[in-house]
Write a protein that binds this ligand. Structure first.
Ligand SMILES: CC(=O)SCCNC(=O)CCNC(=O)[C@H](O)C(C)(C)COP(=O)(O)OP(=O)(O)OC[C@H]1O[C@@H](n2cnc3c(N)ncnc32)[C@H](O)[C@@H]1OP(=O)(O)O
Length: 417
């Protein structure tokens, strides 16, 4: 360990650093010009900070964090430190490299004034020890399209809009503004930088096998863009000479139920398509309920997705809105010394709240990871109390606090970063 150096990585070292990322993620250790360009663009657009651990000239561990905004319950955009590209070479694992890089980065993020840190955890057991808790979940569906698409009795609003096929250039024009409207309405959504749109539309290729997808846009009756979808079709497979194509949705964004319904109906009605597979959707996704027979949509995945680490309890609790008026005193334990303390949360009837450090006796005692899990409204304090992960200092305190913390829509982060 003594000759290992952890330090910031300069642009001239990106190839070495990206090769280490590929090695850690078990991808071919080949770095393309587009990958290098994407890294430079992310630096410029999101102030990315890249760290590496070097054993001599060899990069043996990687870590990246960048500026992000996370949507809180109520729609406020909260400054977040997004963590990504975390790898340690198989030759250097379990010697504390991740721990050193993460601790340093979280301390710097706190110092900068970020309210939370975010990440998508490769494996569940890694990040809880650093104060991260799972905070938004996602689901995937497979729809029997031949069954669902031909039936006209879909539920939900019709909207009277229209759908058009568009190309990548139009997606780059229409997508960012639609996404801004989308993320304001969904707790757990995160900001996107322009390079995201260039990557999804192939201006910068994410890999050698990238192929052009189809895109469709939904415009409302008044002409407003309310939905966009990117999808591909797989090899034609026609068992017994029956249509059997599979259509997979890469991503779908919608700001109104009518747009969502229209886009799903469109996809399920395309000739030859027997099955439609969804991308990662919100746990309260409307898709199955639009269908004449909701069982035509099979749940194929339900998993934790976005993880959160609260860095500033007062600002985090004041940034979101609350569903009821009331108050609660929380004793938050944070062994890393970044965000712990005792806090009184006072929520008003208009949904806003104030949060102050207090010496009053606590209603609930919980770890900072548990607070991260409930902050977006996707987990309940009662459930965590039942598991022994939240302690009720007063009987019924978890139920009372749940009435404040619940969210009108479940949190969802459609992005992988
Ligand atoms: C946001 C993202 O980028 S997610 C991607 C994470 N990266 C990967 O999954 C790629 C493959 N894995 C790796 O590169 C490495 O194993 C890492 C990054 C997960 C861990 O790096 P390491 O340097 O080995 O971690 P470190 O030595 O600091 O371990 C810290 C603790 O986490 C535990 N830990 C580390 N990885 C895992 C794991 N995959 N499963 C369970 N526990 C783990 C260690 O046992 C150790 O526990 P301890 O503190 O009780 O002793």
């Amino acid at each position: 360990m003594s000759d290992l150096v952890i330090r910031a990585v300069g642009e001239s070292e990106y190839e070495n650093w990206l090769r280490a990322v590929s090695t850690g993620f078990l991808s071919p250790p080949v770095v393309s010009a587009d990958q290098l360009e994407r890294s430079r663009r992310t630096d410029a657009e999101a102030s990315a900070r890249r760290t590496g651990a070097f054993d001599g000239d060899r990069c043996v561990a990687t870590y990246c964090s960048f500026r992000q905004e996370l949507t809180a319950v109520g729609g406020a955009f909260v400054p977040a430190n997004a963590v990504s590209g975390v790898t340690v070479s198989p030759t250097h694992r379990r010697r504390g490299l991740l721990t050193q890089m993460l601790r340093r980065d979280l301390a710097e993020a706190k110092e900068r004034g970020d309210v939370v840190a975010t990440l998508i955890a490769a494996e569940y057991p890694i990040y809880g020890r650093y104060g991260f808790g799972p905070a938004a979940w996602s689901v995937k569906w497979t729809v029997e399209a031949l069954r669902a698409g031909l039936d006209r009795r879909w539920a939900g609003p019709e909207g009277g809009g229209r759908i058009d096929l568009v190309d990548g250039a139009e997606v780059r024009t229409l997508g960012p503004a639609l996404h801004e409207r989308f993320r304001a309405g969904r707790p757990g959504a995160v900001s996107r930088v322009p390079v995201w749109w260039d990557t999804t539309t192939g201006v910068l290729r994410s890999g050698p096998d990238w192929t052009e997808p189809y895109y469709a846009v939904y415009r409302s009756a008044s002409g407003e863009v309310e939905g966009l979808v990117s999808y591909r079709t797989a090899e034609h497979d026609w068992p017994g000479n029956q249509p059997g194509d599979i259509l997979s949705v890469n991503w779908m964004l919608a700001t109104a139920p009518a747009a969502e319904r229209a886009l799903w109906h469109f996809l399920c009605s395309i000739d030859w398509v027997a099955r439609v597979t969804s991308d990662r959707r919100a746990p309260d996704d409307l898709l199955p309920q639009f269908l004449p027979d909701p069982r035509a949509a099979r749940l194929t995945e339900h998993t934790d997705w976005l993880w959160l680490r609260i860095l500033d309890v007062v600002r985090a609790l004041e940034a979101r809105t609350y569903e009821a008026a009331g108050s609660v005193v929380l004793e938050v334990a944070d062994p890393a010394g970044l965000a712990g303390g005792r806090f009184r949360l006072e929520a008003s009837a208009d949904g806003t709240a104030s949060c102050t450090v207090t010496s009053a006796s606590a209603d609930l005692t919980l770890g900072v990871a548990e607070l991260g899990s409930v902050w977006l409204g996707g987990e309940s304090l009662r459930r965590l109390a039942a598991l022994g992960r939240v302690r009720e200092e007063r009987e019924g305190a978890a139920r009372k606090a749940d009435a404040l913390f619940r969210s009108p829509g479940l949190p969802w982060c459609p992005d992988l970063f």
